[in-house]
Design a protein around this ligand. Structure first.
Ligand code: KG4
Ligand code: ZN
Length: 377
């Protein structure tokens, strides 16, 4: 984490982290196009630069500290923070990559899904840069960016690759036919996302927002069998009807009831055990369904992406099950799990290399962008 204050504010208001460019993977492509990626879907203002599949810069400023006391992201506050951080973050990324805007081949920006006001700041800023520097621009799907980013570590996607996207807003299984042209939704959550479910239980236990990382930490020292957490849509008719779909809305209610009963009996609430039981159940359902999909759909590579893919219990369960099923599980490094600009740049690089036409000048944002829409064509 850098101590430098890139947003011109105290670090208590805008946490800035910059990351040293990673070591080149085997697949590094020094001659690929140079893409600037800009991300502003939620509380992170981020800019990343890639050349082909090599990461040149990755700068993230977060307004999370300003939301924590409200127990969730406040869109107005997040939008204002994006307006403040946009130019410092982009400038810092160009500086880190030792490039100026004229040397960039294209700009990519998250156009959805996300918070409308936040998306509008990033898309407007990116359009202004594209106009000023006369560069093509791609308004990309943030969720597909979470899949694309794994290429920085592992290279391209083998045929029939499946992706498990787990973030604050999404829990979905997707089939990657061609990252620039065709992604198909195989399954999705019928209600809450896994991250959302963790954040809700965390709130119940008194952890600050976002609660996911707190549950992760406490789960490490708890008993995963202390309480029974529902594993919805895994058995019987519902499981057969929804083999690749998820449902986590019952989890919070079950945990809340258990906690209330303990309190009513005058007993302490064993926080570590609650976290461990929750984390174990969610990791079990996610990894079990992902492996079933790989087996049934003939995929031997599973991409994992989104903020929740930083979760230790899920990472462990996926790697362990992957080994047993002969599936290569590609987990991003933790800095690339949560929202960043490198993921946006990487998908932009795929689109440019595939010869896809840039987004039209007048492209809009779409806060509910469908998961199978790769970019604003
Ligand atoms: O992808 P992301 O950064 O933002 C969205 O697009 O939603 O994901 C944020 C989510 C939050 O729900 C947060 O609690 C969760 O990812 N998260 C975690 C962990 N790190 C982040 N959940 C569980 N364990 C973690 N280590
Ligand atoms: Zn995300």
């Amino acid at each position: 984490m850098s101590e430098r204050d890139i947003a011109g504010q105290p670090l208590s208001q805008a946490h800035a982290r910059t990351e040293a460019p990673v070591q080149k993977p085997e697949t590094a492509d020094d001659d690929g196009p140079i893409i600037l990626g800009i991300e502003s879907t939620c509380d992170e203002t981020a800019a990343g630069i890639v050349r082909g599949r090599t990461l040149l810069a990755n700068v993230v400023a977060s307004s999370m500290d300003q939301h924590a006391r409200f127990g969730g992201v406040i869109p107005e506050i997040a939008s204002r923070a994006h307006a403040e951080a946009f130019v410092p973050v982009v400038s810092r990324a160009l500086e880190d990559a030792d490039l100026d805007l004229s040397q960039i081949d294209a700009i990519a920006v998250s156009a959805g899904p996300g918070l409308a006001g936040c998306l509008a700041v990033g898309v407007s800023g990116a359009k202004a840069l594209a106009l000023a520097a006369n560069k093509p621009i791609y308004g990309i799907n943030h969720v597909i960016g979470h899949i694309a980013v794994t290429q920085l570590q592992f290279g391209g996607f083998p045929d029939g690759t499946l992706a498990l996207i787990v973030s604050g807003g999404h829990t979905s299984l997707l089939r990657v036919h061609d990252i620039a042209r065709s992604v198909e939704v195989v399954g999705t959550t019928l209600d809450d996302a896994a991250g959302e479910c963790f954040d809700k239980v965390a709130r119940l236990l008194g952890f600050p927002y976002p609660g996911g990382p707190h549950i992760d930490r406490h789960a490490r020292s708890g008993d995963p069998h202390a309480l029974q957490v529902p594993r919805a849509l895994t058995k019987g008719n519902a499981g057969r009807r929804h083999p690749y779909d998820f449902s986590f809305s019952g989890v919070k209610t079950a945990v809340a009831r258990w906690v209330e009963e303990r309190k009513a009996e005058g007993k302490d609430v064993p926080v570590d055990d609650v976290c461990a039981s929750l984390a174990d159940a969610v990791a079990d359902v996610l990894s079990g369904k992902a492996m079933k999909a790989c087996e049934n759909l003939g995929a031997d590579t599973l991409i994992v992406g989104g903020g929740f893919s930083a979760n230790s219990q899920l990472r462990h369960a996926l790697l362990e099950r992957g080994r047993r099923h002969g599936v290569e599980v590609r987990l991003p490094r933790r800095q690339l799990c949560t929202d960043n600009g490198a993921m946006v740049a990487m998908l932009g690089s795929n689109l440019l290399e595939a010869g896809m036409p840039p987004s039209p000048e007048s492209f809009s944002i779409d806060s509910a962008m469908p998961l199978d829409q790769i970019y604003m064509a």
